[in-house]
Ligand binder design. Structure first.
Ligand code: AGP
Length: 620
């Protein structure tokens, strides 16, 4: 949610901030703005509605001049995307410019009081109260830094805030409250940069031997950044000793590697994502799963009586697959639920409950809050996440990292297949540890996993067909995705991918439920994507497919290679290779991603940054 970039040093600030904002657009792109302090010490401001490149209004790259500045790319929470609501927000005397990521929970109360004291508001945002609070501190004779700290002590909620002020002080203040907003800081040779996330730092770090030392703000911490140094403080102004962490080039560098979109690049990276997820977690000599990062003892695993899997969006779909895997191979009762529902229903959680949270970002507000509740209730908590050092990984007793590499496309792809891979490993590990999987079954499951990178690679090599299929299906305005058993959540994931990047209405449905209502929708204008691989529920899905065909529905079926019988009954067929049942969901995912991608291209959609979405949803 929202991206912040600030620069101070000897170079022009605008191009560095602009480039940083472009790299943070995955966090939101409803509006953008940059403020710089010019040679006279005055704040100059430019804003745009929509993406960051709108700031480059004349198309010739003219920019505001100055060597200190602050920029923002917004995902709207309070107030619609508009020029007035775009950040930075400056006070009426143009003394301070403020940018913000998160929500000021007590903004109404603060705003009422400030209006009563004569402050005039120009936007509908919660952020603007921050500007007025800093202004108020300065009116009372406090320094800019003191005013910023005072503002930080007055606001409630989870957020990151940064500000600059007029004059020649050349300092950027930034703080972090709660879990929603990260701030990272890098400094090199008389210049410094702050950002919401590592990719924002690239303009500075690429000059520092492709790696660099980065400071990460914790909640309640503030940083003052000047060309000559970086000072970490608490909100009372006490010095904090912080050890910066060395980050790798991979953590910072983001490029499309020649692909047209990040989404396609990330789809193509799925064989490596699966291989990385398996690495060091399978002993190929004993053909058993070893999970060095699993935090609980054999005794504690034996005492578990229940597993709850939670997540949101794509991660929730993974949780539903995981539920069945854990029940089937782990030998434990398992449930899956949206973190946003789970956190509000006061679920029974005890010391024998294992909660598994799933999240690409590890920062999704509902997932993080649900995890905190689990900790308070004394449950055992692990997380499957992709982002090192995320909130989720800090809250959990242990983290099984996806190791999928940075995912920039807003639509999750490689992190979904990495999640499914780890859920397979987890289910097998629990089954092994609890003695419910015999050796032969364990070997069969593990051997299958080892084949996955190759099989997914084969599927991707054959991707030309999806463009042709997309031409057939891009004109449909309604899609039903059907699947059963382990594949029902994959139907939901296929529908989610299609709707989020193409804006076509699509529903994922358990195929057996179709006749209880959705069948009324079937006619020649409804496209059905039927997941009908050769597994234990094949005959049941085949019957459901025939029910759709009998009502003139258009059917695209995803079948196992060689299934000529069902192929003859449907309009179009695509194939996955034969595979063991627990791994079919991984294979089915790939054609659905590619179909959604090509349909979205034909509809001329912004595949990597679809409207209204953001990569990590750090607000409720
Ligand atoms: C997936 O394509 C979406 N971008 C979205 O549903 C996402 O999965 C959801 O917001 C959860 O994010 P997380 O995995 O980072 O927790």
């Amino acid at each position: 949610m929202c991206g912040i970039v600030g620069y101070v040093g000897g170079q022009e600030a605008w191009p560095i901030i602009y480039e940083g904002l472009r790299r943070l657009e995955y966090r939101g792109y409803d509006s953008a703005g940059i403020a710089v302090v010019d040679a006279n010490g005055d704040i100059q401001l430019r804003k745009t509605v929509g993406k960051v490149n709108g700031l480059d209004g004349d198309g010739v790259g003219s920019h505001l001049k100055g060597t200190i500045g602050l920029g923002h790319t917004r995902w709207a929470t309070h107030g619609r995307p508009s020029h007035e609501n775009a950040h930075p927000h400056i006070d009426c005397e143009q003394r301070v410019a403020v940018v913000h990521n998160g929500i000021v929970e007590n903004y109404l109360e603060l705003k009422r009081r400030l209006i009563g004291d004569g402050h005039v508001f120009e936007s509908d945002t919660d952020t603007e109260v921050l500007t007025h609070l800093v202004e108020e501190g300065m009116d009372r004779g406090l320094s800019f830094q003191e005013s910023f700290r005072r503002m930080g002590r007055m606001v409630k909620g989870s957020q990151a805030i940064s500000a600059i002020n007029q004059g020649d002080a050349a300092e950027i203040c930034a703080l972090r409250l709660g879990h929603a907003g990260g701030i990272v800081v890098a400094q090199s040779e008389g210049q410094a940069i702050i950002g919401s996330d590592l990719p924002a730092l690239l303009p500075l770090l690429h000059t520092a031997s492709n790696t660099g030392q980065v400071g990460f703000l914790e909640t309640g911490e503030m940083v003052v950044v000047t060309p000559s140094g970086v000072e970490y403080q608490d909100l009372e102004g006490n010095h904090i000793d912080k050890q910066p962490r060395m980050v790798t080039q991979e953590e910072v560098l983001v490029d499309k590697a020649g692909y047209q979109h990040f989404m396609l690049k990330e789809i193509m990276e799925q064989p490596q994502a699966v291989a990385s997820a398996i690495r060091e977690r399978v002993n190929f000599e004993t053909r058993r799963v070893v999970l060095p990062d699993f935090p609980f003892s054999s005794q504690e695993i034996a005492e578990l009586d229940r597993v709850m899997l939670i997540g949101c969006g794509t991660s929730l779909n993974a949780a539903h697959v995981g539920r069945t895997l854990v029940e089937r191979y782990g030998g434990l009762p398992a449930e899956a639920e949206s973190a946003s529902e789970f956190r509000y229903r006061n679920p029974y959680i005890g010391p024998r409950t294992l909660v598994v949270s799933i999240g690409q970002s590890g920062e999704t507000a509902d997932t993080v809050a649900a995890m905190q509740m689990v900790k308070e209730k004394g449950g055992k908590l692990i997380t499957i996440c992709n982002s090192e050092g995320s909130q989720a990984s800090r809250i959990a007793d242990g983290t099984l990292y996806m190791r999928a590499g940075l995912e920039i496309g807003v639509a999750s792809t490689k992190t979904f297949v990495a999640s499914l891979t780890i859920l397979n490993l987890l289910a097998i590990f629990l089954g092994q540890s609890r003695g419910v999987l015999d050796t032969a079954k364990t070997h069969e499951l593990v051997d299958g996993l080892a084949q996955m990178p190759r099989l997914i690679g084969d599927l991707l090599a054959d991707r030309a067909v999806y463009q042709l299929l997309a031409e057939e299906y891009a004109g449909f305005n309604n899609f039903l995705f059907l699947g059963r058993g382990l594949n029902a959540p994959i139907a939901s994931e296929g529908a989610l991918k299609l709707k989020e990047i193409s804006y076509i209405h699509a529903e994922g449905y358990p195929a057996g439920e179709m006749k209880h209502g959705p069948i009324a929708l079937i006619d020649s204008a409804m496209a059905t994507v039927a997941l009908a691989p050769k597994d234990s529920l094949y005959d049941k899905v085949a019957n459901n497919v025939k029910e759709v065909k009998a009502r003139d529905g258009r059917v695209l079926a995803v079948l196992t290679q060689g299934d000529v019988d069902l192929a003859a009954e449907v309009d179009d067929a695509i194939y996955i290779p034969e595979a063991p049942e627990h791994l079919i969901p991984l294979l089915l995912t790939v054609p659905l991603q590619l179909l959604a991608y090509h349909i979205a291209l034909l509809r001329d959609r912004d595949v990597d940054q679809p409207r209204n979405l953001a990569k990590s949803v750090t607000v409720e």
